[in-house]
Design a protein around this ligand. Structure first.
Ligand code: SAM
Length: 217
């Protein structure tokens, strides 16, 4: 039970997603066997949809892990977008680079090794889509730089914003997760201000889709 939605709903929706891509299956299998957290299938489908609608030419991802979501986003763009993705774990970085190479995407997906808190400070180029999927306890800290790096009509998609339901209900909060939950609530409060149009969707572990309101650009 995800505590975000009903199991039977999740199972049904996942059953509708019938992508068959052998190399992708291999990465999913590796993630499962090695307990590497990767985006849920329905979130992957949502990203694919957003990329087809928005047609971003530059994507920034926070949290590469083994490159699964970055590869899926590149495929979704029909190999048209440039992706910069940040990961602090060097073992993950080397697996991600290997996977990206297998797809022939090394010239399209750049993996930066480092902590998002530091790497974001040094980035200058603007992005059309920013996918936040690293360091749930720091989304509130990442936000100012993400907004600085977001193009005028850009979109931020943040994963895990409901964090197993804990963000929405004190009753579900585990003591050792209190700080993460507080900071995630702070993040959601920030992006719920008037200057943004934000939709929080109870999908996967909860996603937030954020864009700047026109009058505030
Ligand atoms: N987006 C990936 C996918 O779906 O294929 C999954 C990313 S996983 C949920 C989060 C990753 O972020 C982990 O590999 C972790 O090492 C990394 N991470 C966590 N905090 C970070 C930080 N502050 N800076 C950079 N990477 C971080």
């Amino acid at each position: 039970m995800s505590a975000i939605t009903y199991d039977y709903i999740e199972k049904y929706i996942r059953g509708l997603i019938k992508d068959e891509r052998p190399i992708i299956d291999e990465i999913e299998k590796y993630a499962k066997e090695n307990k590497v957290p990767i985006i849920h299938k329905e979130v992957a489908k949502f990203l694919e949809l957003m990329i087809n609608l928005k047609k971003p030419s530059k994507i920034l991802e926070l949290g590469t892990a083994i490159g699964y979501s970055a590869i899926l986003m590149e495929i979704a763009s029909n190999n048209k977008c440039e992706i910069v993705t940040i990961e602090r774990d060097n073992h993950m970085v080397s697996i991600a680079k290997g996977n990206i190479k297998k797809f022939g995407f090394s010239h399209k997906i750049k993996v930066i090794e480092g902590d998002c808190l530091e790497v974001l400070e040094d980035l200058e180029e603007k992005y059309d889509l920013i996918f936040m999927d690293a360091g749930k306890g720091h989304y509130n800290h990442f936000l100012p730089n993400c907004l600085r790096l977001l193009n005028k009509n850009g979109v931020i998609i943040a994963d895990n914003v409901l964090f197993r339901g804990m963000v929405a209900s004190d009753e579900l909060v585990k003591r050792r997760k209190i700080t993460i939950v507080k900071r995630m609530r702070e993040f959601l409060d920030l992006v719920s201000q008037q200057e943004f149009i934000t939709s929080v969707i109870p999908m996967g572990d909860g996603i937030a889709v954020i864009t700047r309101r026109k009058d505030y650009e």
